[in-house]
Design a protein around this ligand. Structure first.
Ligand SMILES: C[S@@+](CC[C@H](N)C(=O)[O-])C[C@H]1O[C@@H](n2cnc3c(N)ncnc32)[C@H](O)[C@@H]1O
Length: 230
């Protein structure tokens, strides 16, 4: 059965984003603000999941479908990734939002899967070095106050022979779509705490991670990564 340990391990907000531009790049939401935003949208996001899966499912399946061993899903949200993981993995999910974790727990139960869920800040993971065979995360760096710190934490807790897999979203490479995103960027950030004009490739580079493979899709709005930890 799924187990949930809502470990209280909330950190002071990181006030110096290490990378990125555009909405709130110099004044990211604090952790309590992010929690308030996702408390409001958690149930809605859970209901919206069918649409999300129709759009992002193939990217999640392609990037996460072959991981094995002990797997950490960072900022697991409502657990959208869980169904794309092999049933044999030993799954641990963390997120900062109790409301998102409550939906993730329902997701585990609905999928009849085991897993452990913990409330934790991705920027300071409460796991020893080299704890996981695979670290996965989807649509998350856009919301972390300090995405570089979070990515470096993912590398720290992943075994050197393990793998880090990301499915991220960002600015389109199609002009009109990118311009629409720019136009709506501040409003979208204020509503969801999401920097949807971020450049995921630049964020991963800022974190100094070693990319083995990357793909792009959906008019450049989705970028996926396979990263070799060091
Ligand atoms: C857009 S949702 C993505 C959720 C899920 N990964 C998915 O693909 O559907 C972003 C998630 O990041 C979480 N989050 C934001 N900042 C966080 C932090 N510092 N530590 C852990 N989780 C965080 C939010 O609570 C939210 O669940």
């Amino acid at each position: 059965m799924p187990s949930t340990d809502h470990t209280e391990r909330l950190q002071a907000p990181h006030d110096e984003p290490s990378s990125g531009s555009g909405p709130a790049a110099n004044q990211p939401m604090s952790i309590p603000e992010i929690q308030a935003s996702y408390a409001e949208y958690a149930d809605w996001l859970h209901r919206f999941e069918l649409v999300d899966r129709a759009v992002t499912g193939r990217y999640r399946r392609d990037r996460f479908g072959d991981v094995s061993g002990r797997v950490l899903d960072v900022a697991c949200g409502t657990g959208t990734n869980f169904r794309y993981l092999p049933e044999t993995v030993d799954l641990v999910g963390i997120d900062i939002s109790p409301e998102m974790l409550a939906n993730a727990e329902e997701q585990l139960a609905a999928l009849e899967r085991d897993g452990t869920l913990q409330r934790m800040d991705a920027q300071e993971l409460a796991f020893p070095d080299d704890s996981f065979d695979a670290v996965i995360s989807a649509l998350s760096t856009c919301t972390f106050p300090d995405p570089v710190a979070a990515l470096q934490e993912m590398e720290r807790v992943c075994k050197p022979e393990g793998t880090i897999r990301l499915v991220e979203h960002g600015r389109s490479d199609v002009g009109p779509l990118a311009r629409y995103q720019e136009w709506r960027a501040e409003a979208h950030y204020a509503k969801m705490g999401c920097r949807w004009t971020q450049e995921p490739t630049a964020v991963v580079a800022d974190a100094g991670l070693s990319v083995r493979d990357t793909t792009s899709g959906l008019f450049g709005t989705i970028t996926t990564f396979e990263i070799d930890p060091r």
